[in-house]
Design a binder for this molecule. Structure first.
Ligand code: IPD
Ligand code: CA
Ligand code: CA
Length: 269
């Protein structure tokens, strides 16, 4: 993708993300229609659907040859990332949106021939925009995020993970995961994968592990985290399939290596 094309896409993507976020903020107290998808706790609202439609409209009108991979089904049905593909989660952290009215984000990644070129994660209620263009560093609003510090130890790290890791699960022995939680300085669960990626990029979380995510949960975050020197793999340390569901482990390279070697490999089922 050439420089001017990417600049233009970034400028518009940023405008649209801020506009969509503003609409959500302005109507945050309006009554919501909430329904369930795959299970009673997998929520979707009219706001998720309308926000996705807003992006589909903008993108298809402005860039008719671009494709869209998005959560609520208004995008294209894709099995590859050929061409220019926008990967969108209109609201990441819908449960937080419904129950808390905060701690949710709009996540927009733009990939060209399979390579992540642009990432935008907007914490709507805090009005904080994390953004990156491949090769140009990552930003929180207008402030450039520093590269992740070298030589970070797990014992001084805060790790993001869902509490289901500590219950009996099919991926990693729960005793090993309990040991991970005890070894790290602290653990957190924010309930929005996109924000957890943004926090890894910001250096306020050293890692985030999750059992199953879709491309729209991670596409923007992967671009942003990689710009500060972070790594994203599945929990075995292998590359992510960008058109399927994956276990996901994003983190500081030192902490990522330590957790894979001393915990995941030992407890993997
Ligand atoms: C969810 C959030 C959550 C993660 C789930 C995702 P959604 O996305 O990112 O933190 O644990 O696996 O599905 O459904 O709110 O867009
Ligand atoms: Ca999501
Ligand atoms: Ca979502």
């Amino acid at each position: 993708m050439d420089y001017n094309t990417r600049e233009n896409i970034f400028k518009l993507a940023k405008e649209w993300v801020l506009e969509a976020g503003g609409k959500i903020r302005n109507t945050i107290d309006d009554p919501l229609e909430v329904s369930s998808k795959s299970n009673p706790n997998d929520l979707v609202t009219t706001m998720d659907k309308n926000t996705e439609k807003f992006f589909v409209n903008k993108i298809k009108t402005t860039f008719p040859d671009h494709l869209l991979l998005s959560e609520e089904g208004f995008g294209d049905d894709l099995d590859s990332l050929d061409g220019t593909v926008w990967i969108i989660d209109p609201i990441d952290g819908t449960m937080n949106f419904v129950q808390q009215k905060r701690n949710f984000a709009i996540s927009v990644g733009v990939y060209h021939e399979g390579i992540g070129e642009i990432g935008l994660i907007y914490n709507v209620m805090e009005d904080e925009l994390y953004s990156a263009k491949r090769g140009e560093g990552a930003f929180k609003n207008d402030k450039k995020l520093p590269l992740l510090e070298k030589g970070i130890r797990l014992e001084e790290s805060v790790i993001g993970l869902n509490h289901f890791w500590l219950c009996e699960n099919r991926l990693v022995d729960e005793k090993v995961m309990q040991n991970l939680v005890k070894t790290a300085r602290g653990s957190r669960t924010y309930g929005s994968a996109a924000l957890e990626f943004a926090y890894v990029a910001e250096g306020i979380l050293e890692g985030y592990l999750t059992m199953g995510l879709s491309p729209w949960d991670i596409a923007a975050g992967m671009v942003i985290v990689s710009e500060v020197g972070g790594i994203t793999t599945n929990i075995d340390g292998n590359p992510i399939n960008m058109v399927g569901r994956n276990s996901v482990f994003v983190g500081h390279p030192d902490v990522h290596k330590r957790i894979i070697e001393d915990f995941i490999q030992k407890g993997r089922k």
